[in-house]
Design a protein around this ligand. Sequence first.
Ligand SMILES: [Zn+2]
Length: 267
Amino acid sequence: MWFDSHCHLDFASFDGDRAAVWDRAQRLGVDGAFVPGVSPAQWRRVARQLAGLPGLCWGVGLHPYHLEESTPAHWRQALDSLPQCYRQLGACAVGECGLDARLAKRGGPDLEVQVGVLEAHLDIARLLGAPIVVHVVGAHGRMLQLLERRGPLPAGGILHSYSGSAELVPRYARLGFSFGFGGAVVSDRARRARDSVRRVEPQQLLLETDAPDQPIGGGGPGRRNEPAALLQVAETVASLRNIPLDALAESTRANALRLFGVGMAAA
Ligand SMILES: [Zn+2]
């Protein structure tokens, strides 16, 4: 059985067939998934939308993209209510939050503004004893500087869709971070991501689709990724690490359940 450690199953592109999409994934052996929180309006909707579907857990956090669409007064209000929402909604992680230099470059919130919001998430994760799920694009130097100054979190964290170099893997690992890999590794041009896949310790390795984003073979109009595609990611990761598929399934699923603390029955 497989666990999709990052999948936006609540997004509108699944509104017409969410249950069928999840059913298709389950029939292929994907029996668990983490659905990130991205904005306060979405937190409650996710918990409601997904409560009827088995094997799913969710987070509460402010995605860097949300900061672009909102105002500092709204972020502060959302961050104040985050611990209470985490408990009320039965969330299993703080996030998705993070640093996105590309967003800052195209006129979104400045990276140091994003750092301030991320620090608030890190404080909350520490307070709650929850794992944190982070998105880091073009900002690994700043991220490591911040995390190394603050020290490891009690419940660790996850670097979703890890985009840093293999050389940075041990530095993040020492800080208690695990690494999620998705469809990008399927392309043999993804040298950097593939090097990182080989470098990560088995107990810190996770698989993800990031559905509906990052469809294998590239995006484009009408192309939607879905959690059933996790198996293609898995085949690539198993061959890069030279291990059998069932061993990869067992270890990555156990890693996800340990991090998210989800009490799903063992496969
Ligand atoms: Zn995401």
